[in-house]
Design a protein around this ligand. Structure first.
Ligand code: FES
Length: 108
């Protein structure tokens, strides 16, 4: 039986995907659903912390801010974006996360 306090893993949360893509988050290689916003991918990895996190999901609060670079780029080339607005892509390297973004097994 599901524990009442834990959100159930609901596949309808995610945009339709056929495969997982590999990204790196704070030095860890992780597989997440393709064709989804990055914040959804974080939710896929850590359903509880992201579902209960302080997120507007529509670009207003900036709590989902992250810093990233492409594979092969240096830290000096890192850019920032909002995870709720950002489409995940294979090989993305996330180098820093806003403290609101807590991902089980990565930030805690
Ligand atoms: S969740 Fe609020 S800006 Fe992304």
């Amino acid at each position: 039986m599901e524990h009442a306090d834990e959100p159930a893993f609901d596949p309808d949360l995610f945009d339709p995907f056929e495969r997982l893509v590999e990204i790196e988050v704070l030095g860890r290689r992780l597989s997440v659903p393709e064709r989804n916003r990055l914040l959804r991918c974080f939710q896929y990895l850590s359903i509880e912390t992201i579902s209960y996190g302080d997120f507007c999901w529509n670009g207003d609060c900036t709590n989902c801010q992250f810093w990233y670079r492409e594979e092969g780029q240096t830290e000096a080339q890192a850019r920032t974006a909002l995870a709720c607005r950002f489409d995940v892509r294979e090989g993305l390297v996330v180098t820093r996360l806003d403290p609101h973004v807590r991902i089980k097994g990565v930030t805690e």
